[in-house]
Design a protein around this ligand. Structure first.
Ligand SMILES: Cc1ncc(COP(=O)(O)O)c(C=O)c1O
Length: 483
């Protein structure tokens, strides 16, 4: 038996033993109920969660692959899509499906673009899509899988995509444009109305990725904040992805993809009528589809309701404003763009911001790291509200702890120069060997906090040859998913 393997269980162990093993595994996870984790957990509070979790358990065995056997799931899916379509002002002819998350919604949206072009623009042999550089990597993954080529459009000073640049990039192969409402890195909404007009003028599809904002922006608008039009009210928008497992506060595995018309959605479907196993049809990427996240998402929308979402959005917006203002009051820190809802990034020209992130992580606060330029990221949701003072004092302490360190201290500066030079000169295999020592620290855990060591991360960001960084990341993934 090789050293990585685990023997398949012989005699089953008792249920109590299974659960106690699971409990002990869970104890190593970073805590989130203390409000110190941003962006990975969206939790509605205990009353709502009890209902949502009960709905999840009720449907954990049911399979949405066959809608005639499980008509409950078909109804739950259709109603969930309908409720979100109503929120996003989809017209009479809208059509949509539930998927397992933002990445799957985006994947099917890109596949739809490709297949729509095959039908309506058969002269296009090599379909292309234009996307802002800030769009989520799910688009890169989607084009990789569908054979569409993506061309990235630059962003302007305000971090929104440059619409003139998009229009200049359109060529005879372009089939679709995408933009974010809002984008993950800076929390700003791209100019959806202007892009919609460009898409219409050139007869292109236009997908709005509102995975983050779809279940938040409408309620922020209800509160009286000014939100630029981002949904189906913009006539050029042809599809929208919106995740219920984010600001819809349902368990993971729930997103919707909505199209302006039934005709367009047909390009999303997969059917096979020649299989000996029977007539096969599936609406999204998966075959077997768990009923649990569908029922839970439906339950979340029903039990929280518009009133509840508006109340939660109000707390989140107030909390975001306090955190943002508190960060800006700390000398040396700067919020990178005015967030439209509750997502933003902050950077520093004075301090090594990754070290600040590591100091925060030591204190139990988990913030993602951004690059180009280096920054820390905040996704404030309901479970973070009420913790603003604690957060700001931890941040002040963290900044004080790195005070006096240059942006990169001498040793890591030398290390980065050496690694950069090596990255240009060495064949990939050797380069990987050289860097494997540093990347070992990339999944290190400190006090239950997922720290990604500032030095290792800084090194990766500084390497000009991004293909080498990709290779290192493949190695890191490989290590992570090995027993
Ligand atoms: C803007 C945006 N789009 C898409 C996604 C992908 O969503 P998921 O992780 O559910 O696949 C994310 C995830 O954070 C996101 O922020």
């Amino acid at each position: 038996m090789n050293r990585h393997s685990i023997e398949f269980p012989g005699t089953g162990i008792s249920g109590d033993d299974v659960i106690s093993k699971l409990k002990s595994l869970k104890m190593n996870d970073a805590p989130w109920r203390n409000g110190r984790m941003f962006g990975y957990i969206y939790h509605a509070g205990d009353r709502e969660s009890r209902v949502i979790e009960q709905a999840y358990h009720m449907f954990c065995n049911e399979n949405a692959l066959n809608p005639s056997l499980f008509s409950s799931l078909r109804k739950l899916e259709n109603e969930t899509v309908a409720m979100v379509a109503d929120l996003l002002h989809a017209g009479e002819d809208y059509a949509g499906n539930m998927t397992t998350g933002g990445s799957e919604s985006i994947l099917v949206a890109v596949k739809t673009g490709r297949d729509w072009a095959r039908k309506h623009k058969p002269e296009i042999r090599e379909p292309e899509m234009i996307a802002p550089v800030t769009t989520h990597p799910a688009f890169s993954k989607a084009v990789d899988l569908t054979g569409v080529t993506v061309r990235y459009a630059p962003i302007s000073e305000d971090k929104k995509v440059d619409v003139d640049a998009i229009e200049k990039m359109i060529n005879s192969n372009t089939v679709m444009i995408t933009a974010s409402a809002p984008c993950f890195p800076y929390g700003v909404i791209d100019p959806i109305e202007e892009i919609g007009a460009v898409a219409k003028k050139h007869n292109l599809l236009f997908h709005v990725d509102s995975c983050l904002g779809g279940l938040m922006l409408p309620f922020v608008e209800d509160l009286g904040y000014e939100i630029p039009p981002f949904d189906f009210r913009v006539s050029g928008v042809t599809s929208i992805s919106a995740d219920i497992h984010k600001y819809g506060y349902s368990p993971k595995g729930a997103s919707v993809i909505i199209y302006r018309s039934h005709e367009l959605r047909k390009s999303q479907y997969f059917v096979m009528s020649s299989w000996p196993g029977g007539l096969y049809a599936s609406p999204t990427m998966l075959g077997t589809r768990s009923g649990a996240p569908m029922a839970a998402a439906w339950a979340a929308l029903k039990t929280i309701g518009r009133d509840g979402y508006v109340r939660m959005a109000d707390r989140v917006m107030t909390s975001t404003a306090r955190m943002r203002e508190g960060i800006e009051a700390i000398p040396g820190l700067k919020v990178m763009a005015k967030p439209v809802m509750s997502i933003f990034a902050f950077t520093s020209e004075k301090h090594d911001i990754y070290r600040v992130g590591d100091e925060l992580a030591k204190r139990g606060w988990n913030l993602d790291k951004l690059q180009f330029p280096s920054a820390l990221h905040m996704t404030v949701s309901y479970c973070n509200t009420g913790h603003e003072d604690e957060f700001l004092s931890a941040l002040k302490e963290s900044v004080a702890a790195v005070e006096g360190h240059k942006i990169r201290d001498a040793s890591s500066h030398v290390l980065i120069s050496v690694v950069r030079a090596m990255s240009k000169l060495l064949p990939v295999k050797w380069f990987r060997k050289l860097t494997s020592r540093f990347t070992g620290s990339m999944d290190s855990k400190e006090k239950g906090a997922a720290t990604t060591g500032a030095a290792a991360y800084g090194m990766m960001v500084a390497i000009d040859n991004r293909e080498n960084v990709d290779e290192i990341m493949l190695d890191v993934l490989d290590k992570l998913y090995t027993v």
